[in-house]
Design a protein around this ligand. Structure first.
Ligand code: PA5
Length: 418
């Protein structure tokens, strides 16, 4: 099967500049072998098959058990699963007819502290059959812990002693109050691997259980990741992960301090949120880092398009391009000037037109071609970006697997609440 494509002819970076990073990329690769929190590197080739089958069985049970599945978590314990579900499901999956959907409605909670959001969600689902999954590596994060308590109470009111059979937990194997509760109340639970940090965990049980409940083939997803593992194994400068990581660092040194991720397919909106977390939390430290942001095209061409073309040139663009979209529509109305053309054909022209206009004004442009939106390519794409991000962080001389800034706000908030 063909892989995702990395196109970087429009970055205005010469081969010689890339070659200068030869030694640095070698030592970055060495660190991937020895540093802490690099469990995600080998995960697609050495995950536990028994855990995988258990996740698949549990997902089937949840699909049969409930009409509404609530996934509670924040940051790395939330955004990867949402990115996958939004990318690979029907654009309107929650409002499709239940028979057509063939899976529970899926809602997310605990990714904010809004009383309004949670009250409205509770009101929306309270008369339906509900199951919940709480995901927190530490088991102590404020947002999911509050949402969990609200939905657990609802389940206990509704199902009494049977509530535990509808509660699923994904957390550390021994630390934290969530693990203690899961063991005491005998929730079905899964372990967040010790050596995998939140934002690198979507291909572990953290992402796999909710994704499987959404009816997405997680074995295919890991096969895609496995392909990427082999494809990007070597520290060779022709490896797209190395090239992209090096190019980001060269552009950064040239004052391109913002990376604008752009997608012309709305299903990628949450994938770009995942990218923002991945790069922002991994690189943004010690006063360094490329600020990741995203634009939804062509919507944002009618707002931010002006800035891109003519504004402060402190950014480079990374376009996520879906080569073969799932669906299309032809314009057949004789009065329309686009008669005989399809929407996807015109969307492709928008991608190309924007590239030409921007490159003419020397805006560096990278393009990632995704053959189609399938579980396999999702797995490949995730692994590709995780590797690029880790390498890029090392080249920037930061440790890409901690998040002291996030921990600091969590602690301050806990102090205020005490
Ligand atoms: O990437 C990270 O480490 C963070 O974004 C965490 O995933 C997030 O803060 C949630 O933490 P926890 O899973 O411990 O609730």
């Amino acid at each position: 099967m063909e892989g995702i494509g990395f196109k970087a002819n429009d970055t205005f970076i010469g081969k010689g500049e890339i070659n200068q990073y030869n030694e640095k990329i070698k030592s970055a690769y060495e660190r991937l072998e020895t540093d802490a929190y690099t469990g995600w590197v080998d995960y697609p080739v050495n995950y536990d098959e028994e855990v995988m089958q258990n996740i698949i069985e549990t997902a089937k049970k949840i699909q049969d058990q409930c009409e509404v599945f609530i996934v509670i978590g924040i940051g790395g314990s939330y955004i990867g699963a949402r990115a996958c579900i939004e990318m690979l499901s029907h654009s309107f999956y929650n409002i499709l007819d239940a028979k057509e959907r063939k899976m529970p409605q899926i809602f997310f909670a605990g990714h904010n502290i809004s009383g309004t959001y949670h009250k409205e969600l509770l009101d929306l689902v309270k008369d339906k059959d509900i199951s919940i999954c709480v995901i927190s590596k530490s088991g102590t994060t404020t947002e999911p812990s509050m949402a969990f308590s609200i939905f657990k109470e609802q389940l206990e009111k509704k199902y009494g002693n049977n509530a535990s059979d509808r509660i699923y937990a994904i957390t550390d194997k021994e630390k934290g109050i969530l693990r203690k509760e899961a063991d005491e109340k005998e929730y079905t639970s899964f372990i967040v691997p010790d050596d995998i940090g939140g934002r690198y965990s979507v291909l572990s049980p953290v992402g796999l259980l909710p994704i499987a409940v959404a009816g997405i083939d997680i074995e295919d997803m890991l096969e895609g990741a496995r392909k990427a593992y082999h494809q990007y194994l070597n520290e060779d400068l022709s490896n797209p992960c190395c090239q992209y990581a090096i190019m980001r660092n060269i552009l950064y040194k040239e004052g391109k301090i913002i990376e604008v991720f752009e997608a012309y397919e709305p299903k990628l909106q949450y994938f770009m949120e995942w990218l923002k977390q991945l790069f922002g939390e991994s690189e943004g430290k010690e006063g360094k880092g490329i600020y990741p942001t995203s634009l939804q095209m062509s919507t944002d061409l009618h707002s931010m398009g002006q800035f891109l073309q003519d504004g402060n040139q402190c950014f480079f663009e990374t376009v996520l391009n879906v080569v073969q979209p799932q669906n299309d529509l032809m314009i057949s109305d004789g009065d329309n000037k686009f008669k005989g053309r399809s929407m996807n054909e015109v969307n492709d022209k928008a991608v190309e037109g924007v590239r030409l206009a921007h490159v003419e004004d020397n805006i560096p442009n990278i393009r990632i071609d995704i053959p189609s939106l399938t579980p396999y390519y999702f797995g490949q794409l995730v692994y590709f970006f995780e590797k690029v991000c880790a390498l890029s962080g090392y080249l920037m001389d930061v440790f890409p697997f901690d998040q002291p800034g996030v921990e600091k706000y969590k602690e301050k908030m806990r102090q205020l609440l005490r």
